[in-house]
Each structure stands twice: as structure tokens, then as C-alpha cells.
Design a protein around this ligand. Structure first.
Ligand code: SD4
Length: 327
């Protein structure tokens, strides 16, 4: 029960939830509310909170919030400073979705500091929902984004060290997850409910470290890494993208909420769906985690294994919640 508290943020009041315990779900919080994957994203929530507190839209809040880790060189899973693919290129994946079902995404994008802003521009300025690779870069540059080298010295050194063995193991293994927690970073998925009761979400990442060039995970895929239904709720994912895509994870969580499950139970049911589909052996080295927020302001999270966390900001509290887990 003596779980760590992260970054000076108070330890969660709901410790009984640890270890997949039987504690009840989180009660509705007063609007507005913002939640994010992973403890370090209390900083991202704080930025989103500025928008929400001023009466701003959930869409603007998540857009502003996820830009924090995108620009943070110490966050080696998102944007600038992200670990590169096996060819040494930092490629980023990002998507955004609002309360009207407007969606935009970019995948395999290089050289752009804020991929979420390009995703939003795809949503608002094109008849399409996703641009990838060189086409996404061209679109960004034509619309005023500047080319930035996203590979920091720290990430370059890590890649060069990896090259010595070049072991291709793009798995969110337990060890990797623990390491990531220690290094205080991971992919951000953020969901917000604004003062008007509207939901939006965004998800942004540099993907799995040392992935094949061209590999795309769940994070920019609407329905996998993120889904919002303004009648029901919203969900976002982290972990091994291949396994999240397999179950259309975030869409599954939203549909499970629609069928009456609470956010936490919906996240749990999605994780169970993966185990049932794949069998325990195939998920032995995998981690996936979901967070969800419903229209009433209830929120919850669940992961396959230990060490996943959710960052929360409401009028009353700013805290990090260790996720309950199954295995
Ligand atoms: C991916 N889901 O690219 C992302 C990575 C991640 O924890 O969330 N890692 O598969």
C-alpha cells in the first residue's frame, strides 16, 4: 500500500484499486476534468487545465495539453527527444478527435515538433482524416510548420548503444515499462470534459523505440489509440500498439461504456478481451493500458500489468492514480 507518489503530486486516495482490487469506481467529478496516460503528464494536464478553467473547449484543452510532452526533450516516448526507429529516424504519430466526430491524424511524420497540431490541421483544413509520411510532412511545411531535428543527443546515444546488438524487440515488455516509469515518460493520451459537458481527446507519441521504419502503432489510429463519442464517453490507450489495434481498443472501451459499464470496468473488459483473443502466452511480454472518461465525469483506468498510471486534474484535485491491473 505504500505506493510511490510521483513528482510531488499527492498519492491517490484510492489505493484499494491497486492490483486489480475490488474497490468501487471513481465517482463523477465536477466538470471540467482532464485525464492523461502516465504520471509525468500531470504537467500536460496543468496546461490543459488553463484552457478548461477559463471556460475553453475540451478540444483546445487536449491540443494544448499534449504539446507539453511533445516539446519536452526529456520525454523519450513523445515528439522532440523521442527514441528513433531502428534507422535512427524519429517518426511521430498523433491524432485528435472532438465532440462532433471530427477527426485528424498523422503517422510516420518526421521533423515536426507538434504533430498534434498537424493532425488538427488535417481535421480542420482537409477533406481527409489522416496523412502519413512524406505527404504529411509536405502538408505541414506548406502550412507554416518549421522543420525541426527531433533527435536529441541523448536519444541518439541510446540508439547507437542499441545498434551494437540491434536486437529487434519492439515490445512493451515489463522491463521496458518499468524503465520508462523510472525515466518518467511515455506516450500521452489525454481526454477532457469541458464546462459545457463536451468531450475531446488527443493522443501523440514517437511510438515504440527502434521500431521498423514505417511501422505505425495504435496512437494515431482513431478507434485504436483514441475514441470519443460525445453521447457516451472517451477512451485512449498506451502500450504495445499492435495489441491495442487488434481489439480496436479505445472504440471497444467506449462501446463497453455505452452498454452500461463504468469507465474502469470498460477498460478492464477491453484488456480481458485481448487476453481471451490471444491467450495468456501471447500476451506474456505485453503491456497495454486504457484510461476512460464518461459524459457524467466518471473516470477510470485499467492495464494488463502493473506500473501503468493515470494523471488526473479536476477542480478539487491533481493526482496520479496507479492503474489496477490483471496479470
Ligand atoms: C505505440 N502505443 O506506438 C504506442 C507506444 C506506447 O507505451 O504507448 N508505449 O505502440
Amino acid at each position: 500500500m505504500n505506493r510511490r507518489s510521483f513528482f510531488g503530486v499527492s498519492a491517490p486516495a484510492l489505493l484499494p484499486l491497486l492490483g486489480g482490487g475490488k474497490a468501487s469506481d471513481f465517482l463523477p467529478a465536477d466538470k471540467p476534468i482532464v485525464i492523461s496516460t502516465w504520471a509525468p503528464n500531470v504537467k500536460a494536464n496543468a496546461e490543459a487545465w488553463k484552457v478548461l478553467q477559463a471556460g475553453g473547449a475540451a478540444l483546445d484543452a487536449v491540443h494544448a495539453g499534449v504539446q507539453v510532452p511533445e516539446a519536452d526533450p526529456d520525454d523519450q516516448s513523445v515528439g522532440y527527444g523521442g527514441l528513433p526507429d531502428r534507422d535512427g529516424k524519429v517518426t511521430v504519430d498523433s491524432c485528435i478527435m472532438d465532440e462532433h466526430g471530427n477527426i485528424g491524424a498523422v503517422a510516420g511524420l518526421e521533423y515536426i515538433l507538434h504533430p498534434v497540431s498537424v493532425a488538427r490541421m488535417v481535421m480542420e483544413k482537409t477533406p481527409h482524416v489522416m496523412l502519413v509520411g512524406y505527404g504529411a510532412l509536405q502538408f505541414a511545411l506548406q502550412n507554416g510548420f518549421k522543420k525541426t531535428n527531433l533527435l536529441t543527443d541523448k536519444s541518439k546515444k541510446a540508439w547507437q548503444a542499441w545498434l551494437k546488438e540491434s536486437k529487434y524487440d519492439p515490445q512493451a515488455t515489463i522491463k521496458n515499462i518499468e524503465q520508462r516509469i523510472k525515466e518518467n515518460h511515455d506516450t500521452i493520451g489525454m481526454l477532457a470534459l469541458d464546462a459545457n459537458g463536451n468531450l475531446s481527446g488527443a493522443c501523440t507519441t514517437s511510438g515504440m523505440a527502434y521500431k521498423m521504419h514505417g511501422r505505425v502503432g495504435d496512437s494515431p489510429i482513431i478507434g485504436a489509440g483514441l475514441y470519443v463519442d460525445n453521447e457516451v464517453g472517451a477512451a485512449t490507450a498506451t502500450g504495445l500498439g499492435e495489441d491495442v489495434i487488434r481489439i480496436c481498443g479505445s472504440h471497444a472501451v467506449v462501446e463497453l461504456m455505452r452498454s452500461g459499464l463504468t469507465p474502469r470496468d470498460a477498460c478492464k473488459a477491453a484488456v480481458e478481451r485481448l487476453i481471451k483473443m490471444r491467450g495468456r502466452d501471447r500476451v506474456a511480454q505485453t503491456q497495454i493500458g486504457f484510461i476512460a472518461l464518461n459524459k457524467k465525469g466518471e473516470y477510470g483506468c485499467f492495464s494488463l500489468r502493473d506500473n501503468f498510471t493515470m494523471a488526473l486534474r479536476t477542480k478539487e484535485k491533481e493526482e496520479v492514480i496507479p492503474s489496477p491491473f490483471l496479470m
